[in-house]
Design a protein around this ligand. Structure first.
Ligand SMILES: [Zn+2]
Ligand SMILES: [Zn+2]
Length: 369
């Protein structure tokens, strides 16, 4: 039996490195050997027990790799050894939701998000890709793993916040929170042609990065009232589009307060519990505001388009890949990423460097707290 190393969720606070059976591709599926993956804020929610997944699942949903084997029916389009990315979201392309252009909701709410949610994910040496024809996206030869690993989720999600907000040329856009997703939303606002882009956060390094990613104004909300500052910058009106990139009540309602009447709040955050729209921010429900939510768009055509932007040097996501770890260092990587220490934005995880010295059963500090 072929075995592989994998980082397995064993319940809140418990990630274990284990030997697992290497997956086998059936018709329409592919197995890829993971060469680079990363950790998402959503994974931290899972590890902390804030988003439920079944214990025993391999986490991770940002795969870059090489085709290891192909199930029946894929030989004409792909070949073993081909470098590919797979989006965090893997739509089937054929169900009710996919055929109604809601690919991320494939088969039902959040259904397109399968890796590390409902099926085994990318924190492993090998990954089984379902509906491979819809989801394997060849990587242009000239691009490195580090250049494309963030198109799988972070860039796709951040940009979709700008797209769902229907940003128009000349708009004023305020992006609440400048973590990796918020920074990619800032970049998305720039790509969509916004005139004034306001980045909001409390961490100095993130505000500096926001300027690199397209913000012309940054606001440290610990130093000044962000809503008042946005109103002041917009003649008292508020932004045409606000993007919420954190998933907390306070950022949601401040984004709503900062959205002008008739404007759009585009929400990307992952919320837990109830989210309320306060009377003043919501104009009693009569402000003609639009509130839209978006789950990361996936599928191979989305991946092709985003990689085309990287290949054409229209975007450079590599400043966000700040740290590198082997899969056997998953606990250190999780601790660093979740604590936001040492200027970390995103970590590159390399399963290929897994060694025999893996300490099976080790837990991480994230949950020892
Ligand atoms: Zn994610
Ligand atoms: Zn579908």
């Amino acid at each position: 039996m072929d075995l592989m190393k994998a980082a397995v969720f064993r319940g809140p606070g418990l990630i274990r490195l284990e030997d697992r059976k290497k997956p086998v591709a059936r018709a329409g599926q592919a197995v890829i050997r993971i060469t680079t993956t990363t950790i998402c804020g959503t994974d931290v929610h899972i590890v902390k027990g804030e988003y439920p997944v079944t214990p025993g699942l391999i986490l991770g949903h940002e795969p870059v790799g090489v085709i290891d084997s192909l199930g029946e029916g894929l030989e004409k389009e792909y070949f073993v050894g081909q470098r590919v990315v797979v989006g965090a979201i893997t739509p089937c392309g054929q169900c009710f939701y996919c055929l109604n252009s809601a690919h991320s909701q494939c088969h039902g709410p959040l259904g397109g998000w399968r890796f590390g949610n409902t099926i085994d994910g990318a924190w492993a040496e090998y990954l089984l890709v379902p509906d491979a024809r819809a989801n394997l996206a060849p990587i242009p030869d000239e691009l490195t793993d580090e250049e494309v690993v963030l198109v799988t989720d972070i860039f796709s999600t951040g940009l979709s916040g700008a797209e769902s907000g229907n940003i128009r040329v000349g708009d004023t856009v305020a992006v609440f929170a400048q973590g990796p997703i918020g920074l990619c939303a800032t970049l998305g606002a720039k790509l969509r042609g916004a005139a004034l882009i306001i980045g909001i956060d409390s961490i100095h390094a993130r505000l500096e990065m926001a300027k690199r990613f397209g913000a012309n104004v940054v606001i440290n909300y610990r130093e000044q009232d962000a809503v008042a500052a946005i109103k002041k910058l917009t003649g008292g009106r508020g932004a045409d589009v606000t993007i919420e990139a954190l998933g907390q009540q306070s950022t949601f309602e401040n984004a709503l307060r900062a959205t002008r009447p008739g404007g759009t709040l585009s929400s990307l955050g992952v919320y837990s519990g109830k989210v309320a729209a306060p009377y003043d921010a919501f104009h009693a429900g009569l402000g003609d505001q639009k509130i839209v939510t978006t789950l990361c768009p996936g599928g191979k055509e989305r991946m092709r388009r985003l990689m085309a932007m990287v290949a054409a040097r229209r975007v450079d996501l590599t400043p966000l890949v700040t740290h590198h770890f082997g899969l056997d260092d998953i606990h250190d990587a999780l601790d660093l990423f979740s604590s936001q220490q040492d200027g970390v934005m995103k970590v590159a995880l390399k399963p290929a460097s897994v060694t025999e010295a893996v300490q099976v059963g080790e837990t991480c500090a994230l949950t020892r707290e």
